[in-house]
Design a protein around this ligand. Structure first.
Ligand code: GLC
Length: 441
């Protein structure tokens, strides 16, 4: 069951935001087989590097992308400043393998930060610890003490550049620490430094410890060694602290691939509602192509979700709870304070809707799609809503707001769903028809 988090003021924006844009983009976009093509296709690293240096995405327009993110209803974003291929999208002094020193002659991180900030979005940066070009990272400090020391200084130096040159950075997404450990990477010292440079920053959990395990498994709670927020990837697993599930808007790859199928807007929205329902955020990926353009089908679907959020956003932004009663047969539920939101995935076209297991006294019920108040009746544990239109009132999931006069409460059916709780309650319920396997008593 969801537990309300006691968050410091500086991090409250994150829970309020609920929805951000992940941007995976680099020279790999021009190859068009995802962000890991260098490794997965075992490419010749010299050839890859040559092509990367010539990559020149003239059409990349950060302002346009920032507008799309805002219209999509996203409240923050996170750009891959350097992915596993090691190519840097900013003007790093520590290497010449950057978009500034190679063909584009542009600092894409600067363009991104300025454009997204101007649209009122919070700023996140993704950075890969590992760099497939550098053997010392994989040899490690035992085998190659000098090389690894230099690599570590390079990494720490680049993070310093990113956190001291671009104004306020709100969110930092480390990735790819394997095979190095928290101690080898110097994560503790680096994180302490990062907080000095950016006192409000939220740092993710991929710091060299338990990257793949959820915090609940280890029960480490809010230990700083595990970062400030969890990052379930391509799944939505709630943790007992801040978390952000990251997903692709396509089927599998994070970087651009022209053969990738695009998730329909219902599925994008459903992922967002699932995260909100379980008390977390969704970081939804977009992959601009080799010229810097976001695929039109992805843009269209994101904007459709944004239009839904304009009408129904209160069911997502700042919700701090959800899944109060058993509602799976209709859709999803989110909540804030004494208000419950019913997100109807399966519109039946019936005049009534029954909500089981709600013990709180209901004051008002409203269909957000048209703002109409709906009549209702309430018994001890059931709410029956009337007056629903036969036609689905919005192209994506309609939302019903249920305002209660007291905090949201449920009964044992709401508290314990399938396969948990006291089986005795199921026996009592089954006994209504008798004891026998035969039909009739
Ligand atoms: C993974 C992948 C990477 C992707 C990331 C997103 O760890 O290595 O390609 O950027 O997850 O969370």
């Amino acid at each position: 069951m969801y537990q309300k988090l006691d968050l410091p003021e500086k991090w409250q924006w994150f829970q309020q935001a609920r929805y951000g844009m992940f941007i995976h983009w680099g020279p790999y976009a021009a190859i068009g087989r995802g962000e890991q093509v260098l490794f997965r296709d075992h490419m010749d690293p010299v050839q890859y590097e040559k092509a990367a240096c010539l990559w020149n995405p003239r059409e990349f327009d950060a302002k346009r992308l920032a507008r799309i993110a805002r219209e999509a209803g996203m409240k923050y974003a996170c750009l891959t400043t350097r992915h596993h291929d090691g190519y840097c999208l900013w003007d790093s002094d520590l290497t010449d393998y950057t978009s500034m020193k190679q063909a584009p002659g542009r600092d894409f991180v600067r363009e991104y930060v300025d454009a997204f900030r101007a649209e009122g979005l919070r700023i996140g940066l993704y950075y890969s610890w590992l760099d497939w070009r550098v053997p010392a990272f994989f040899d490690g400090p035992e085998k190659n003490p000098e090389g690894f020391k230099a690599m570590k200084a390079y990494i720490h130096g680049q993070i310093e550049e990113l956190l001291t040159r671009y104004g306020q950075i709100d969110h930092f997404f480390f990735d790819g620490s394997w095979p190095r450990t928290y101690e080898e990477l110097g994560s503790a010292e680096l994180v302490a430094q990062m907080r000095r440079w950016q006192p409000g920053i939220l740092i993710n959990n991929r710091l060299g410890k338990s990257e793949t395990k959820s915090v609940n498994e280890e029960d480490v709670g809010l230990s700083a060694d595990h970062g400030d927020f969890g990052t379930p990837e391509l799944n939505v697993t709630a943790e007992k602290r801040l978390w952000e599930a990251c997903h692709v808007s396509t089927w599998r790859l994070w970087g651009y691939a022209p053969g990738e199928q695009v998730k329909p807007s219902e599925q994008l929205l459903d992922l967002l509602c699932e995260c909100a329902e379980k008390g977390g955020n969704l970081l939804m990926n977009v992959a601009p192509d080799g010229d810097g353009n976001i695929p039109p089908a992805v843009e269209k679907n994101l904007i459709e979700v944004g239009q839904w959020l304009k009408v129904n956003g209160e069911a997502v932004y700042g919700t701090d709870n959800g899944d109060i009663t058993e509602f799976l047969t209709h859709g999803r539920q989110t909540a804030r304070g004494n208000t419950l939101y019913l997100i109807i995935r399966f519109w039946e076209g019936k005049e009534t809707l029954r909500v089981n297991d709600l013990l709180s006294r209901v004051q008002r019920v409203t269909l957000l799609s048209n703002g109409m108040e709906l009549p209702f009746e309430q018994t001890e544990s059931d709410l029956v809503i009337h007056g629903l239109p036969a036609e689905k009132p919005s192209p994506l999931f309609p939302v019903i707001r249920v305002e209660c006069a007291e905090p949201l409460k449920t009964n044992e059916w709401g508290q314990y769903r399938n396969w948990c709780g006291d089986p005795e309650r199921i026996a009592r319920w089954a006994a209504q028809r008798g004891e026998t396997v035969m039909v009739g008593r």
